[in-house]
Design a protein around this ligand. Structure first.
Ligand SMILES: [Zn+2]
Length: 136
């Protein structure tokens, strides 16, 4: 916990000093470039902050502040479970795609009724399959 706080403070101080450095950019860089640099720097600092907080947590476990790895796994369990659930959702979606009934040839074929016996025949049939009569 203490290390996380230290990590957070160092992250914030890095952010502040970086913001001050970016301020100097305004003097010789165009405003648009400075804005882009600031956004990019902010993104990197966010990543650094996550890494620092992870290091803080691992450092706490390594220092014996979290003596039971089982306990830590329990803390993380809702996250791993939700990740597994998302994986399951994705897999079931793929499964549904696999099992979706393929359109059959007959479903795509238009049927016409024989004018003599009213039997159904394929659209392109010239003669009725039931009575042999010509289809209009
Ligand atoms: Zn017919």
């Amino acid at each position: 916990m203490t290390l996380i706080a230290i990590g957070l403070i160092s992250f914030l101080s890095t952010f502040i000093s970086a913001a001050m450095n970016f301020g100097e950019f305004d003097e010789f860089e165009s405003r648009g470039r400075s804005m882009a640099m600031r956004a990019f720097g902010g993104m990197i600092l966010m990543i650094v902050g996550v890494v620092v907080s992870n290091l803080g947590r691992m450092g706490a476990a390594g220092a014996g502040l979290i003596p039971d790895p089982q306990r830590q796994r329990q803390d993380l369990e809702p996250w791993t479970r939700s990740a597994g659930g998302m994986l399951n959702d994705a897999l079931s979606e793929v499964d549904a795609l696999k099992h979706r009934p393929a359109p059959t040839a007959s479903a795509a074929t238009v049927k016409v009724r024989c004018p003599q016996c009213k039997a159904l025949n394929d659209e392109h049939d010239k003669f009725c399959g039931q009575c042999g009569g010509p289809i209009a």
